[in-house]
Write a protein that binds this ligand. Structure first.
Ligand code: ADP
Length: 349
């Protein structure tokens, strides 16, 4: 239905191409989201399809028509085959809803009988029959957008293109508009929607073409999601993981320093300034307990080379350092001095 074949578009005033070798094929009756940040090239794709602009190189075929053969004077005829809802679309302020839709048919050459038949049906589709006599100033943002869609679909085009149709609308109205576009698509119209609204795209799970810097960077045929935001989310996750790894590294470094200081001072117990006799530790029989249950201070005494690094230095999670080290079971068995010194030392780790 729509075919872009290695399309490049360079605007004279812009050194970078707005579109760079873009190729895409949209099948009849597809519902496609084209997403990307502002300046990515979405509007330029639409301008290529509507022949508002010509490509610098490459071919465009729409509904079997090769656009390079559409002469200037036939462009209005060609455009009548398309329904387009522009982002900055304005309704005629001094005409009613009915007249605004009727006007679109008038300029397309419909007879007054055809207009009388068609407009009520279209207003019914967009659920605005009861607002037919209202002027645009009396309509909400969502209703204005529905009139714009009604105007675009009144001629029953095979292709409907909507440029940011949900911009500046609240969540509920956005979903009404998208439901309406879905219904139009269900009736056999190919729908191409540009947006940078992540929720709209991710809720519908349609084909999603992602444009970045004038290139297609992703084309998800079904169940698509907004790739750019996903990429941002992944970048954020990577940054968080890096920060986390750094935090772990810092925690490890601090732990190593604490151990080195303790060892330099001849201490074998991190939480007790006073060196403990090794014999006393052996009588505590802590070696057979699972590591997680073993108090840090006794491990350090019993197996100073292995036990302390396991609890303090090899943990992947800096928070796990605190949680994996259990407090001594019998606090009363620790000397008053060691109880006093316990808190500050643990907080260092
Ligand atoms: P989007 O619709 O994704 O926001 P556009 O297609 O409007 O992106 O723009 C793509 C690039 O082309 C941008 O860098 C923009 O500045 C440039 N551009 C768009 N229209 C023109 C123009 N008429 N003249 C010069 N540069 C333009």
């Amino acid at each position: 239905m729509i075919l872009l074949d290695h399309v490049t578009k360079k605007y004279p005033t812009d050194p970078h191409p707005a579109l760079d070798e873009v190729s895409l094929h949209i099948e009849p009756n597809e519902f496609v989201f084209m997403v990307g940040k502002s300046g990515a090239g979405k509007s330029t794709v639409i301008k290529m399809i509507t022949k508002e602009e010509n490509p610098t190189s490459g071919n465009i075929t729409v509904g079997g028509i090769d656009l390079k053969y559409v002469k200037k004077r036939y462009i209005p005829h060609y455009r009548r085959r398309l329904g387009v809802v522009f982002q900055d679309f304005k309704l005629l302020p001094n005409r009613t809803v009915y007249e605004n839709v009727a006007f679109a048919l008038e300029i397309a050459g419909f007879s007054s009988r055809e207009i009388k038949n068609t407009v009520p049906k279209v207003l019914e589709i967009v659920e605005l029959s009861d607002k037919a006599k209202k002027f645009p100033s009396a309509l909400s943002g969502g209703e204005i957008q529905r009139v714009a869609i009604a105007r675009a679909v009144a001629r029953q085009p095979k292709i409907l293109i909507a440029d940011e149709p949900t911009a500046n609308l609240d969540v509920l109205t956005k979903s009404e508009i998208i439901n309406l576009l879905q219904r139009i698509n269900d009736s056999g119209t190919t729908v191409l929607v540009t947006t940078h609204d992540e929720n709209v795209v991710n809720n519908l799970r349609k084909r999603v073409i992602t444009i970045k810097d004038g290139r297609i960077v992703a084309d998800q045929k079904d169940g698509g999601v907004y790739r750019l935001d996903r990429a941002s989310a992944e970048a954020a996750a990577r940054a968080a993981a890096l920060a986390r790894a750094q935090a772990v590294g810092e925690a490890q470094a601090r732990a190593e320093q604490v151990i080195r200081n303790a060892e330099a001072q001849g201490r074998t117990n991190l939480f007790n300034d006073r060196p403990q006799p090794v014999r006393r530790v052996r009588t505590m029989k802590t070696e057979k307990r699972p590591l997680s249950e073993t108090p840090l201070y006794s491990i350090r005494q019993a197996k100073p080379k292995k036990a302390a690094p396991i609890n303090v230095m090899t943990s992947r999670d800096p928070f796990a350092v605190a949680t994996s080290v259990k407090a001594p079971r019998k606090a009363s068995s620790i000397s008053t001095k060691s109880k006093k010194t316990m808190k500050p030392k643990r907080s260092v780790i």
